[in-house]
Ligand binder design. Sequence first.
Ligand code: UT7
Length: 346
Amino acid sequence: MNNSRTRAVITGVAGYLPEYILTNEELSRMVDTSDEWIMSRVGIRERHILKTEGEGTSDMAAKAVERLFEKTGTKPEEVDLLVWCGVTPDMPFPATANIIADKTGVRNAFGFDINAACSSFLFSLITVASFVETGRCRKVVLAGAERLTMYVDYTDRATCPLFGDGAAAVLIEPGDGEYGLIDSIARADGAGRKHLHLKAGGSVMPSSIETVIRRQHYIHQEGQAVFKAAVSRMADTSAELMERNGLTSETVSWLIPHQANLRIIDATGSRMGLPKEKVMVNIDKYGNTSSATIPLCLYDFEDRLKKGDNIVIATFGGGWTWGAAYLKWAYDGVRDVSKGLTGGLD
Ligand code: UT7
């Protein structure tokens, strides 16, 4: 538990979704599936896909970051750290964070990428919080953005309904201790990697004509093994975090779960004793966007957040990686009809 006076506080959030929407109806014309199966087994109705030629993860992230600057009145030159997290970098190097910084005019900062699969945003929030708590940084941009559909095999019905593209970014600043990141639990267990990974394109199996022919550049997921591990670890960790912070189902205002499957989300909420109204869900609109799911929930629900709300974030991803974080929210989100969702510290 962090007892220092300075805490890392989220002071703004913005998101961006690419225009093209792939519906279950369209998917069911591509593979042997149905809206009924996908809705009842996973809870996804549609997902966004980046189709613009020549654009990648950094372009979506840059649009979210530009909106974040506009909403929060932040000047790019004030930012001293910019981190991108996720599994779909623009290219192996340079870091996607550097490319986003260049596209958004961030010139006085350092930056780097963090990959913890679907737990990337949670792990990155914990990481950048340390820079803020120690006083090393005063304005940090953390972007969770993915072009996840580039890894999706649209001939494989077991995986192709699940994933989508999208981006969201948060601004993180120091606060006096009452609000912000209060506590977190993060775990990684590489033994889980065999159940969820991407085989080719790395140093063990570099890209070749053969890897393309063998379809090894697509997500390999053993759904049931991942499902079981996700349910138990997300629920256990969230319950442990609640207990050690004296939180109850009454005092928790919101659960923000990673959006991979509505049944996993429901199981985590039930284990925490939370009614459905306290659980953020937008998987129906976006599918699983990996590092972007948590900040996209913040973005979608921002106008319902109140200063002082107790928020628990819970994630699970390939690796295995999993964890939970407890935040005390720092501002009342308001809906500005002319600009979309907006909020700010008073
Ligand atoms: O974000 C990273 C973490 N990822 C996750 O948390 C994902 C965890 N896993 C899951 O969410 C679920 O396991 C899936 C959504 C991937 C699959 O759901 P499931 O209930 O575990 O289905 P299953 O793989 O056990 O398949 C059940 C049946 C099979 O048919 P038979 O063998 O029973 O005849 C599949 O062939 O459903 C069939 N099936 C489909 N049917 C229609 C699998 N995919 C589809 C589909 N449409 N798209």
